[in-house]
Ligand binder design. Structure first.
Ligand SMILES: NC(=O)c1ccc[n+]([C@@H]2O[C@H](COP(=O)([O-])OP(=O)(O)OC[C@H]3O[C@@H](n4cnc5c(N)ncnc54)[C@H](OP(=O)(O)O)[C@@H]3O)[C@@H](O)[C@H]2O)c1
Length: 253
């Protein structure tokens, strides 16, 4: 057993996950970074080594749209003590209901729903009684509001929000030590729009959006949520701030 503590970040090969890994590493946190693109993870590891040489970076390649690979990823980390698990990997699927592309939509559901359910459940099972541990799931403003043209994506993010809030209720009600938190980003300049719309070229956010955050800004909001006691961190699109609150979905408890 490795005696150091680690922060796991899924979807660390680009966007919010990439910057989140750097932000945790800048605080001296050892990180496990995972995604499908090995070259990106290698580049991130080099970047972290240059800025925080004492930080250990562990790489795991996994396709989280496969339940088997998702479970195998978790099992492969048994030797590490994981103080924070961030389920960030996710993607969009715009235009889904009007002109459905079922393979694309189902791949998104497997990634956004199945992998988050599996990894959250396994982490809670193993770490619920450990002091100071956190499960942070990346939802979206679309996890609380339905955006036109993104109904199924929003439904997956409603799932992420409800799952995470529910876990936190259950942890508090049962006297467990683990805290579960949900970050709900607004528009952020990443590969998200390119992937959601299956585009060949990267999207120029300065041309397509009037307001958006950088991934580095979103990573700092993630740290604000991590540092606080509140369960939900929603990005206020107009004010460019994070609004921290208790769980928002009703709980019959
Ligand atoms: N950008 C926004 O405006 C926005 C707004 C609200 C919420 N979000 C949420 O923020 C999270 C991060 O997205 P982002 O904006 O940073 O997008 P991004 O730049 O496209 O990053 C997505 C990450 O997920 C990984 N990923 C995608 N499919 C995967 C798969 N099948 N298996 C494993 N990893 C996979 C990607 O890595 P590989 O391709 O290398 O596997 C990449 O590292 C997502 O959950 C997204 O829904 C984003």
């Amino acid at each position: 057993m490795n005696t150091q503590k680690y922060t796991v970040i899924t979807g660390a090969s680009s966007g919010i996950g990439y910057e989140a890994a750097k932000a945790f590493a800048a605080r001296g946190k050892n990180v496990v970074i995972t995604a499908r693109r090995r070259d990106r993870l290698d580049a991130l590891k080099k970047e972290i080594a240059a800025m925080a040489p004492s930080v250990d970076v562990v790489i795991r390649e996994a396709d989280l749209s496969s339940n088997d690979e998702t479970i195998a990823l978790y099992e492969s980390l048994k030797e590490y003590e994981i103080e924070t698990w961030v389920n960030n990997a996710g993607r969009g699927d715009h235009g889904d209901i009007v002109e459905p592309n079922l393979p694309h939509t189902m791949g998104m559901i497997h990634l956004n729903v199945d992998s988050v359910a599996i990894l959250s459940s396994l982490y809670v099972r193993d770490y619920k009684n450990v002091e100071g541990v956190q499960l942070i799931n990346i939802s979206s403003i679309g996890g609380y509001v339905i955006f036109p043209g993104a109904t199924v994506y929003c439904a997956t993010k409603f799932f992420v929000s409800a799952l995470t809030e529910g876990i936190d209720h259950e942890m508090r009600a049962g006297g467990y030590k683990l805290r579960a938190k949900v970050l709900a980003p607004a528009s952020t300049e990443t590969e998200f729009e390119q992937t959601a719309n299956e585009l060949e070229e990267p999207v120029d956010y300065s041309k397509s959006s009037s307001r958006y955050h950088t991934a580095a800004e979103m990573a700092q909001f993630l740290l604000t949520l991590y540092d606080g006691e509140k369960t939900v961190g929603e990005i206020d699109f107009e004010k460019f701030t994070i609004k921290l609150s208790d769980a928002k979905y009703p709980y019959f408890g």
